[in-house]
Write a protein that binds this ligand. Sequence first.
Ligand SMILES: Nc1nc2c(ncn2[C@@H]2O[C@H](COP(=O)(O)OP(=O)(O)OP(=O)(O)O)[C@@H](O)[C@H]2O)c(=O)[nH]1
Length: 253
Amino acid sequence: MRDIVSAARLEKNIESKTSSLFVSAMSIKKATLMDNGVQNGTSRNMLERCASVNEYFDVAFKVMLLGDSAVGKTCVLVRFKDGAFLGGNFIATVGIDFRNKVVTVDNMKVKLQIWDTAGQERFRSVTHAYYRDAQALLLLYDITRKASFDNIRAWLTEIYEYAQKDVVIMLLGNKSDMAAERVITHEEGEKLAKQYGVPFMETSAKTGVNVELAFQAIARELKHRNLQQPHEPKFKIHDYIDSQKQKSSCCRV
Ligand SMILES: Nc1nc2c(ncn2[C@@H]2O[C@H](COP(=O)(O)OP(=O)(O)OP(=O)(O)O)[C@@H](O)[C@H]2O)c(=O)[nH]1
């Protein structure tokens, strides 16, 4: 619980840039995994945070990763942030943690502050408190686990209850590299996303398929919503995704 309280305090401190020395229990565990025991995970993680807090940006947005435990939220974030895959033993996230990444959209530096939440039910009341500040939510299920897909409707109900009305939502079917174990088809994911009017794609934190695209699409949508010039055509996130999406043959059934 101390980690969670610290995380809540931390969020308030981020804008004043005093947050860089905070490392949650989750970060320590996962940074240690990433480092494979070669480096001290804690200190490396702190350095990364300092670097990203100080990186130049024009505009910043908060993005949250949501979905059942073990769907791959942390792995998707690590793939996007560090270009690596967290394989090996699964260690569940404790509470909530964040990473920053600056991406370029139309010559503008867009900082995404990405909050990685614990999927386990027992942390739900803690993570609810963060929904209202998020401008975008990436909602993940695991294409090899039906329960995680069936729970998407419940996640969306929570989102409608706790998040801002105009929050950008994207549905991601993760682990698309696991073709042999797939139980949810691409079409089922697409159909559900259409019902809720949200963009959809399948991703793989392992191979990296569509991970960069998911965050790029979110960054573009948020940038255009907030800084749209009168002469600029409206950004259409669905069209952008369709034009950029990688449909690797391994990932379709
Ligand atoms: N094959 C494959 N495995 C993945 C992928 N993404 C995640 N995993 C594995 O799935 C397990 C869970 O990944 P996490 O990223 O820790 O899951 P999480 O959603 O953050 O889980 P919580 O922290 O409990 O909410 C780990 O063993 C990962 O290695 C993927 O795209 N492909």
